[in-house]
Design a protein around this ligand. Structure first.
Ligand SMILES: [Zn+2]
Ligand SMILES: [Zn+2]
Length: 49
């Protein structure tokens, strides 16, 4: 278990599943479409929802 891996979306603080770069599809989309707030569904996310 690698606790250092964070979602590749800089606005997001969530931890993706093993082998994943993003915690959710919304973050994967955000890479190509920069946005101010993270739209992932995780309640623990530090990004603004
Ligand atoms: Zn997030
Ligand atoms: Zn994320």
């Amino acid at each position: 278990m690698n606790a250092k891996v964070k979602c590749a979306n800089p606005d997001c603080s969530c931890v993706p599943a093993d082998g994943k770069e993003f915690c959710s599809d919304s973050c994967a989309v955000a890479k190509d479409r920069p946005q101010l707030a993270c739209e992932c569904p995780h309640p623990d996310c530090m990004g603004e929802h």
